[in-house]
Design a protein. Structure first.
Length: 266
């Protein structure tokens, strides 16, 4: 009679993808609640940038006819708030402690290991849009598209924050290094500063305007701004969704490949 290996003895019955997804996301949500040091900087930076940028450049920028600079800058503040917020640091801690190695020896669905974390991240980044929008209201910004526009604004910002988490997760699974994960936010800076960060594209210099044409953040910002002023712009919204989807294919694909590589080592 064959003797079972230790790995076979500890294996349990598979719970299924939905149950695994819920379990992983619940653990990630609880971890996020216990880690306010993640959310506090995520709010401090956009509030600081918004106040400094509007305070310094509003009079100059509003020399451009029809530009409400407070409304123009609000989507920038939101992207600063939601970009790079993830549980990737927790993944690194799990890898370094050996918990992740033990986890992948169980029948847990591998896809749920990533998507469960991302579900928690999505809930967090959507929540982060609320105080930033409130800040905009206090500053005098109003949404011409009404309540529905505010909800779509939060959803689109949340989706951008969600798909960007693929990059820190890819780094976390690939390297298991906290320092590498911490600098993953730097990937966002070239994207943001080579776009319509300070002024509309028509007011930008030639080479920078050309670079903005190929920058997905340009189209995300345009979609978000269209929900604040100018009324409903179907083309801007479509371009923004396409830009988010394109970055998502790259980032989530990298994260899944890195997760597969990490799990296959065991």
């Amino acid at each position: 009679m064959a003797v079972a290996t230790p790995e076979q003895l500890v294996q349990g019955r598979k719970a299924g993808f939905p149950r695994d997804l819920v379990s992983v996301s619940q653990r990630a949500v609880r971890s996020a609640i216990r880690d306010p040091e993640i959310t506090i900087p995520a709010l401090f930076i956009p509030v600081f940038m918004y106040l400094m940028t509007v305070g310094a450049l509003q009079d100059f920028a509003e020399s451009i006819p029809g530009l409400d600079y407070r409304a123009f800058q609000l989507p920038v503040a939101v992207l600063f708030a939601v970009t790079g917020v993830s549980r990737a640091a927790t993944v690194v801690a799990d890898i370094q402690s050996g918990y992740f190695d033990r986890l992948v020896m169980t029948p847990v669905n591998r896809l749920a290991l990533l998507l469960g974390l991302m579900v928690a991240d999505f809930a967090l980044v959507v929540a982060l849009t609320i105080p930033v929008i409130i800040m905009g209201f206090i500053a005098g910004v109003s949404f011409e598209t009404g309540i529905l526009g505010i909800l779509l604004f939060m959803l689109m910002a949340g989706l951008w924050g969600l798909i960007f988490t693929g990059f820190p997760y890819a780094i976390a699974f690939k390297t298991g290094n906290a320092a590498a994960v911490n600098i993953s936010f730097l990937l966002f800076f070239p994207l943001l500063f080579m776009t319509t960060l300070f002024v509309p594209q028509e007011a930008m210099t030639g080479w920078l305007s050309a670079a903005a044409d190929y920058n997905p953040v340009t189209y995300v910002l345009a979609a978000l701004r269209s929900l604040i002023y100018g009324g409903w712009d179907a083309q801007a919204m479509l371009n923004g969704i396409i830009a988010i989807a394109a970055v998502g294919v790259l980032s989530i694909g990298m994260a899944l490949a890195a997760l597969k590589g990490r799990a296959s080592r065991k």
